[in-house]
Design a protein around this ligand. Sequence first.
Ligand code: ZN
Ligand code: ZN
Length: 436
Amino acid sequence: MKLTMIGLIALATHLFVGISYAQPAADVSSSNATISNELEQRVIEWRRDIHQHPELSNREFRTAGVVAEHLRALGLEVTTEIAHTGVVGILRGGRPGPTIALRADMDALPVQEMTDVPFASTATGEYRGREVPVMHACGHDLHVAMLMGAAEYLAGVQEQLAGNVMFIFQPAEEGAPEGEEGGAELMLKEGLFDIAKPEAVLGIHVWSAGTTGHIGYRKGPLMASSDRFEIRVRGEQTHGSRPWGGVDPIVVASQIINNVQTIVSRQVDITKAPAVVSFGIVEGGVRNNIIPDEVYLEGTIRNFDMGIRSQIFEKLTTTAEMTAAASGAKAEVTIHEGYPVTVNDPELVARMMPTTERVIGRDKVYEADLVTGAEDFSFYAMEVPGMFVFLGITPPNQEPSTAPSNHSPYFYADEAALRVGTELFINWALDYPATH
Ligand SMILES: [Zn+2]
Ligand SMILES: [Zn+2]
């Protein structure tokens, strides 16, 4: 029943959009392709539906089903179950031209929704062996809905379209569950770009630090790399009253924490790119008068230059090992490489900027500050030129800098941004071939 209804609506909209687009198709570079109010409404409905049914990373089964069904109804070539739940649709334009990829991520977070929207999530999921509340607290529900809307519009103008559009619906951007692989890296590993190798990949992230419909962009590095490190400091247990009877890993751990501070402040060239090294876990000992055998440290490394990144890995290891050795202890450093630096291709940004400014208004496009958060969009952008932008979703009557941030239980998105994001995807896809 549901299948038939959606199929009919899709077909009706498909036809309607196709007809309504007929005139502006001749000159896409000077006029905006805009979506009908009816399609906007459906994008809003998709978003609310997905918001009400959020799914954790690598568990996006329902979401992937909704997306795949939609893309098939539009007549796209659809591949499913790539990187667990990923869905890819290829739309082949009626005219020759390059292939470009548009990307949306699909996963939600273990967060208890505290907003008062009528479609607030009451869903739960399993996270680290426990049942947890689940919420689309990073706005990936908006990404999915916008890209579904863009696919529908572009399918409606397939004959006029030059080149092909690859729609990437990606799982697990927030990170796969422990012991699993996932996200962009796994999609590539499983042959995403063997389906089609795009000439460029474009992505949008909604964020509350921007006003609805405003776009923050940046040429070059935009978001940091994110790597987790563990340090095990091994000493030798002794009584707290007789420290000379062993090797105290607590004092050594504190020295390591201090000495590591000089990596960013003294040892890497900060004129190239800023960097952060933070400790988040210090664990050791059970009782006031027992010096333990071992102390465990864990932290995160962020930066904006892949060269500096490897320097920090090396210096962190040397600093920990040598500091420990000076006291007769041992430090074992393990670095778990996470997401690389998200780098926007300067030439691609320059090419797509006129379209971006035309679609949303020049006064609403601004150069974003560097963001020390990370994105696995970076993996695509290491393979082909990439452009990732931030779309503001905080209503104009509110101060975006104080709005609840992404990942907050109070994260709120102004749905007026959905039209903007959908039309950006559409116009980028239509204009890209002409920017050669
Ligand atoms: Zn997030
Ligand atoms: Zn996100």
